[in-house]
Design a protein around this ligand. Structure first.
Ligand code: MG
Ligand code: MG
Length: 250
């Protein structure tokens, strides 16, 4: 069932989203070679909890142990923070994080270069971020879910990269994962019609190589089968009467 949100609920989500946006901005500044993914997780947890009423939404969600999902290089999503995973110059790290606030959830992700990364990797990050912007631009009332997926797909495939299909964005708000699913591929004017009050986590996951994924033996980390690098950018967006609000902007 799709749960449309009132303006009051969207305002509450925006308050939590502001804390989340600040968390992501802080983490982007802090990432550097020599840090472990657990160091980042600890920074994020204390930052989120320093805001009254805010909690790390991932902790305990489906049994996940961390505040962050930290996924390095060919890892797409759901990497578990660890003291043993230390960032090196030239790596990329995808950081996915959620916040609970006053009974509502928001969700955001970013991929950060560690020191100097190669040209193709820089292009991957730029294209993935641009595909999210293109998707948000068409997330307006009267358009359809297919417009969002098609916008991502067009930007990504024109650049010669591939869209991950095994994982999708989602509705969000009262529950962390709500209906509908928000695929990063599709056809314009197809699928659910977007209406005011719909709150969506839009989250393109993009691979340099092929789209095929595999789950690691830890049962969490999802990687590219071909070992190519992957990037992930995400915002929580509310459809409004006049367009949309990005609730997790920094
Ligand atoms: Mg997320
Ligand atoms: Mg999400």
């Amino acid at each position: 069932m799709i749960q449309l949100k009132s303006t009051r609920e969207i305002d509450l989500m925006a308050e939590g989203g502001r804390i989340l946006g600040a968390t992501v901005a802080m983490l982007r500044r802090e990432v550097k070679a020599g840090m472990s993914t657990m160091d980042l997780d600890a920074l994020a947890e204390s930052f989120i909890r320093s805001h009254s009423g805010a909690t790390p939404a991932f902790k305990g969600l489906y049994g996940f142990p961390g505040t962050l999902c930290t996924s390095i290089n060919h890892e797409i999503v759901h990497g578990i923070p660890s003291k043993k995973r230390v960032l090196k110059d030239g790596d990329i790290i995808s950081i996915d994080v959620g916040v609970g606030y006053e009974g509502y959830f928001t969700d955001s992700a970013t991929t950060v270069p560690v020191g100097d990364v190669d040209e193709e990797t820089r292009r991957l990050l730029a294209v993935t971020e641009r595909s999210l912007e293109a998707a948000i631009a068409v997330a307006v009332p009267g358009n359809h879910l297919g417009d969002i997926g098609a916008a991502v797909q067009q930007v990504v495939e024109e650049a010669g990269f591939s869209v991950v299909r095994d994982l999708v964005g989602h509705g969000i708000g009262v529950e962390f994962h709500e209906e509908p699913q928000v695929p990063n591929y599709g056809k314009p004017k197809r699928g659910l019609k977007l209406v005011p009050g719909l709150t969506l986590a839009i989250e393109p996951m993009v691979n340099i190589g092929g789209p095929t994924t595999r789950t690691m033996p830890d049962k969490w980390t999802i990687v590219t089968v071909d070992g190519s690098r992957s990037a992930h950018f995400e915002h929580t967006v509310a459809i409004t009467e006049t367009g949309h609000r990005v609730l997790t902007a920094a």
